[in-house]
Write a protein that binds this ligand. Structure first.
Ligand SMILES: [Zn+2]
Length: 153
């Protein structure tokens, strides 16, 4: 799932649970729960199995766009909502929500680090064998992000 969805979920958890350690842990777990839901990203990167350079380029461009959207959403949320003040719990929630994909990325780049974690991540990710299209996945993730954003206090 896109970083935007995981970070928004983490921020929401951090806002609801005003405890940085607990927010981090719950956001970390939320990553796997969200990734378990089929979300159409299985083919985004798989076409590049032979060409590692092209694969890395594609991952970097997806992540860059994703992070820009994420920052725009969070900054606008902070800016337009008085009750949504940045806090350590929100920051911890965002970090906890993003950490699993960061560790996966470390494995992708090193091919050694976090090997078991990488396997676990994709076992959970591919648990449900339904595969929506990329477009269905993007629409679904946009809806989830919208619901999460509307759930902030
Ligand atoms: Zn993930």
């Amino acid at each position: 799932m896109l970083l935007t969805v995981h970070a928004t979920a983490g921020a929401l958890i951090g806002q609801q649970i005003n405890n940085p350690v607990l927010a981090f842990a719950l956001a970390f777990v939320s990553h796997f729960i969200l990734d378990m839901i089929p979300h159409g990203d299985q083919d985004w990167i798989d076409d590049y199995k032979g060409d590692q350079k092209a694969k890395v380029k594609k991952i970097i461009s997806i992540v860059a766009i994703d992070v820009v959207i994420l920052l725009a959403l969070l900054v606008s949320r902070f800016y337009y909502t008085d009750s949504f003040a940045p806090s350590l719990s929100i920051a911890s929630g965002i970090l906890g929500g993003l950490l699993p994909d960061f560790l996966v990325g470390c494995h992708e780049l090193s091919d050694r680090l976090f090997k078991n974690f990488y396997r676990f991540h994709f076992i959970v990710h591919d648990l449900i064998k339904v595969k929506p299209s990329a477009v269905q996945g993007i629409v679904f993730q946009a809806i989830v992000t919208g619901i999460l954003l509307l759930s902030f206090r």
